[in-house]
Design a binder for this molecule. Structure first.
Ligand code: PLP
Length: 394
């Protein structure tokens, strides 16, 4: 009998990136433009880089050992003062981590094996995969969405113990407005459920009808956990730093369990990384981060405009650096991917990589340089692309 955890074997979702990799090799293209990437295209912001180097020098000068397991107090206070003051939360509700991905999976350990979980698709695939890895397939509800709700989920009729939400959503680039957030908070409190909200793109939110934090919503403190990251706005994907907000006011008292888990299974995020994160929250750091965010949003908006000019329907690019585009009539996600690759040498990500409802759509990313963006737009304006489809744009 195998001693291996069977849940890992259940992940049957197509491994999208190896398939893309294979197609790239087969295409033998030299002039490829990568609009498929969800990783940063700009360097680590300067204030963070300087603080990181200074921290390393400090470690050469004196012994600096294990950091506090729940995170450096100064960093937690900076996060609290910037984003969470006024919601009746506490600095100790903030926990520093090495990335949202870790927290998405690790939070599962606080919840019993027979608890029910929910998630929505098309969306970031990690919640689905971690549920399977934890052997929760039988207890999992998947809410499918489409363009009619901008790929955003609405609360179901039934109770689900723990619901993963991603807003702004990857890949659709769309975000839940106040009304929808309120509906989820109401649903969660009514059903005694927990919301785990992945806000990896919180810093990209531009529209005034989109809350920047779930705690802007009345009642959220009793049901919601929020996850945020330095990855996308400050160029931290290679450094790794994020945080969770686990309020002591949750109806299910998860905070002491989370605190215990962190103290037991983690010795904290490294000293220089936390110093770099702290520098990202200074006025200079915030300004540098905003410039990067603005750049990525501009790239996404330019791509979106070019696609609309060609008659395609798009979502996103206002509150997240992604454009989700409906494939031209008769083309599947992979057909459209192949067309862009073979005819325009553009790499994208097929929507079906984010769940079955992503079929028929494709994601283009604003995580690109201006040069790549301009070249891509030139190709999207070419007769080869324009003749592809003639339907009107929404
Ligand atoms: N959540 C979403 C929605 C993402 O798109 C990503 C990365 O692409 C992550 C989380 C990963 O965040 P982190 O780098 O903090 O692990």
């Amino acid at each position: 009998m195998s001693i291996l955890e069977q849940g890992f074997d259940q992940i049957k979702r197509e491994y999208i990136f190896p398939i893309i990799e294979k197609k790239l090799i087969e295409s033998q293209k030299q002039d490829l433009l990568n609009l498929g990437i969800g990783d940063v295209a700009l360097p680590l912001i300067e204030p963070a880089a300087t603080a990181f180097i200074q921290a390393i020098h400090a470690m050469q000068e004196r012994p600096i050992g294990y950091p506090p397991a729940h995170g450096d107090q100064a960093l937690k206070e900076a996060i609290f003062n910037l984003y969470y003051k006024g919601y009746n939360l506490d600095v100790s509700d903030i926990f520093i981590s090495d990335g949202i991905n870790s927290d998405l999976g690790n939070l599962q350990e606080l919840v019993s094996a027979d608890a029910t979980f929910g998630l929505h698709e098309p969306s970031y695939p990690v919640p689905f995969d971690v549920c399977l890895m934890a052997g929760r397939k039988e207890h999992l509800t998947i809410l499918s969405t489409d363009g009619s709700t901008c790929f955003l989920p609405h609360p179901p009729k039934q109770k689900i113990d723990v619901m993963y939400l991603c807003s702004p959503n990857n890949p659709s680039g769309t975000a839940m407005d106040y009304q929808l957030c309120q509906a989820w908070v109401h649903w969660a409190n009514q059903h005694h459920s927990i919301l785990i909200i992945d806000q990896a793109y919180a810093d990209f939110i531009q529209d005034s009808n989109i809350p920047k934090s779930i705690y802007e919503i009345e009642g959220a403190k009793t049901c919601a956990i929020e996850l945020r990251s330095f990855s996308k706005s400050a160029g931290f994907t290679g450094l790794r730093c994020s945080y969770s907000v686990v309020p002591s006011t949750l109806k299910h008292p998860l905070k002491p369990l989370w605190a215990k888990r962190m103290a037991t299974k983690s010795n904290g995020v490294s000293f220089p990384v936390q110093k770099a994160a702290l520098a990202a929250l200074t006025p200079q750091g915030l300004e540098a981060s905003w410039l990067q965010v603005k750049h990525y949003l501009t790239m996404a908006e330019k791509l979106s405009t070019a696609l609309q000019k060609a008659g395609l329907t798009t979502w996103g690019a206002h509150n997240a650096p992604y454009v989700f585009v409906k494939c031209p009539e008769g083309l599947s996600s992979w057909d459209f991917f192949d067309f862009l690759l073979n005819e325009l040498s553009i790499i994208s990500v097929p929507g079906c990589g984010f769940g079955p409802s992503g079929e028929g759509y494709l994601r283009l990313s604003g995580f690109i340089t201006e040069k790549t963006c301009n070249e891509a737009i030139e190709r999207l304006n070419s007769p080869t692309f324009l003749k592809l489809q003639n339907t009107s744009c929404v």
